[in-house]
Design a protein around this ligand. Sequence first.
Ligand code: NAD
Ligand code: TYD
Length: 341
Amino acid sequence: MKNILVTGGAGFIGSAFVRTMTQRYPNYNIIVYDKMTYAGNMDNLLPVHDEPNFRFERGDIASRASVARVLGEYQIDTVVNFAAESHVDRSILDADAFMHTNSIGVYILLDEGRKHGIGRFLQVSTDEVYGSVPVGFSVEGSPLAPRNPYSAAKAGGELMARAYFETYRMDVLITRGSNTFGPYQYPEKLLPLFITEAIDERKLPVYGDGRQIRDWLYVEDHVSGIDTVLHHGASGEAYNLAGEDLRHNIDVVRALLERLGKPEALIQHVPDREGHDLRYAMSSEKAAALGWQRRFTFDVGLAETVRWYAANEWWWRKIKTGEYLEYYKRQYAARLAAAEE
Ligand code: NAD
Ligand code: TYD
């Protein structure tokens, strides 16, 4: 492993991976390849911009010619694919980009990777491919049963990755991370949206009764899990990376309000997300057997995350303009109005 292509490396988790890997492995060359959608942000890569082992190329994983050029030019031997459309609510509004990137893009990346004879290919996937898990914990052999356009398109991508292992014996690995949070997360997901809105004392739109359950994983733990699987995982295998810290959404919201010293009166229950998955829960015993262990509890991660957003308004205030405001209106205006009636 020497020249690692990190696709989607300007997003939330990808950039955290790049910030860690450039430091931890100075002898690896880290090449970020990113389309720079609304979620791609060069500010996320500022801390590594001048590192000698860091390069950036703009491009789409679904563009064959562009992928082929970068694989050849940098003599890529390893691909870690973070590139995705990642927000469930946006996938419910319009799934085109989700199919393009999360399914077709993964296929193109695999296919060009095979033609260029690359070594390891790690596909970053999600616990959402198991669908809603009413009781118990998903293990890697549990059926994939995605229930929304985002997770269905992600399942398509990882199934193709598996097909490339079975058919061409390509050295493919899959990680399935749980709900990830931490600094530099785009303020459309629950935690960064609600932290930044609460700072401005705006209403926090909780879907339905807020009794849905998510398993929370701090971003640094997600990154260390991917690093572990990349170096020690067995070819063709999938590995769950779970926080094993399950919370009801409403308790997450109460905890962040308490940390910020803001009133619970900001909570506004709004009409539920369509097809809302009630519960995600996985076991990560298999990754633990590779030596991975999460270090941050939800409470410790939340304290750090709230501190970071409070201290880094420069990062998120400029995002909350333009396209972001249009999306916010489309997603929330009618919901908030319905709730107030
Ligand atoms: P993100 O939305 O913050 O970042 C996605 C990045 O991919 C952006 O930089 C974007 O510009 C880039 N991108 C999008 N389409 C592209 C394309 N066609 N070609 C090249 N680049 C493209 O997402 P994230 O939260 O950092 O998630 C990263 C990965 O981890 C995704 O694959 C996601 O499915 C997975 N994941 C996320 C979570 C979570 O809670 N955020 C949990 C488990 C798994
Ligand atoms: P989200 O961060 O979108 O992640 P995911 O849907 O991938 O789990 O949402 C986390 C949970 O929070 C999910 O159950 C939906 C809920 N949620 C709200 O109640 N209100 C919101 O405005 C958002 C964005 C999410």
